[in-house]
Design a protein around this ligand. Sequence first.
Ligand code: NAP
Length: 503
Amino acid sequence: MTVLPQPDQPDQPDHEVVIIGGGFSGIGAAILLSRAGFADYLLLEAGDGLGGAWHWNTYPGVAVDIPSFSYQFSFEQVAGWSRVYAPGRELKAYAEHCADKYDVRRRTRLRTTVTAATFDDDAHLWRLDLADGAAITARHVVSATGVLTQPKLPEIDGLADFAGTVMHTARWDHSVDLTGRRVAVIGTGASAVQAIPHVARQAAHLTVFQRTPIWCLPKPDSPLPGLARTALRAVPGARRATRLASQAFVEATFPVAAHFAGLVPVAAVGERIGHAYLRQAVRDPAVRAALTPSYALGCKRPSFSNAYLPTFNRANVTLETAGIATITPGGVRTAEGVEHDADVLVLATGFKVFEKGNMPPFTVRGAGGADLEKWWEENRFQAYQGVSVPQFPNFFTILGPYGYNGSSYFNLIETQSAHIVRALRQARKVGATRVEVTPEANAAYFASALGRRRHQVFFQDSCGQANSYYFDANGDVPFRAATTLETMWAARRFPLDAYAFTG
Ligand code: NAP
């Protein structure tokens, strides 16, 4: 158990800010807070390394599916990506690079899991209980724990009895050689789309268990040869111009397509491209039909890959669309009674998303002992600009409900950090120790978010067939129906009286 130095005065916290989570959200928040003069921060990370998703996801083929020119901080644009869509190891290295360059590592504590956060109503600070029994206090907490972090195992009978190797995509076991093995992959989401082509090349036989087909679009990917990288580095304005083009592409294909589907038919164009690509990529008409989604593009996260669909032409690959009845010691049995033998079972079954115990993955007790999960259960999942919740003073999130508009996560991180910095600067200016979003500002924001639904793709009838993790327990989709420019503007211009500054 770590014994931490106790502050001399009980209402003086150990740190002005504690950031929880060492992925890009936490690293970005740390850099931007520090730049804004909030250098007394501590970053806590449960894992044994920085990089979040890119630390944990090392399955074969893992790569970003937003062009790398956009998938990086605006203030730290690098020119060394080996491809338009960088592989996971380069993103992990980029995370380490940012942590070193901006001196985040010195203020980071790895292998430190927060189990509970409790607001002290008198002292106006948060007490963070750690898994090792110690505690840390902070005036402000930035929760940067991400969303797609806790692997979800399927609830299928017999999983524990499987005699071979079982691994989740987010916990890939690189000591397992798939060469010549019979592999079963359960799931066809973005992780499966990237892993399956690689597994198929190695395995003697691969069976893919698909419950809902994914929209898979061609990926405008290519290597970035040395010359291109040198040009990006040396030609004035080249990086900026490439980023601008990349941002426009991302904006059109994610936020605009999803939130303004009723106004701009990007999704319809995307579906035509998807159908044409399926016709060209998959030879067997029955397999092609099985791989064709029956819901509108955008109801759930689409994927981009030039290798996924053609993999189903391979003689050693079987697509199984019958439901799984049970996992047996020797493989997987379908509801139709067909047995598929397997030596290795890959669970590409995704993550906990908008469900209990994930947002964030620790108990949060705010003012008067209010429980955050319970508050959301009673009031629906919501947060002011995705950042703060009434009754939870001095507590800010990077990836809260109605914060993310679907563009690059890096835009989100910078936008939400700008919002937090603005609120904290004002607190400092007026000498406040308690910063709490008002119920009125929060209610107005939530009402406006719900009012923007009518043009979103998510509320079309066909989305009912998509099995999309975008929907929360109330059937809401807590994404921000806004352009990226609007989110950036709002973070820097929200009325300061949206918050009560006291103490
Ligand atoms: P996911 O999208 O949630 O996909 C999980 C898959 O497992 C789905 O096909 C799901 O079927 C299936 N599944 C779950 N439980 C099952 C069961 N009991 N029986 C049969 N099938 C089952 O998870 P993911 O592929 O890991 O991706 C999650 C998210 O991570 C993505 O949406 C994306 O945002 C992110 N991601 C990004 C990248 C990237 O940027 N490059 C790469 C990977 C992941 P249903 O669809 O029927 O539920």
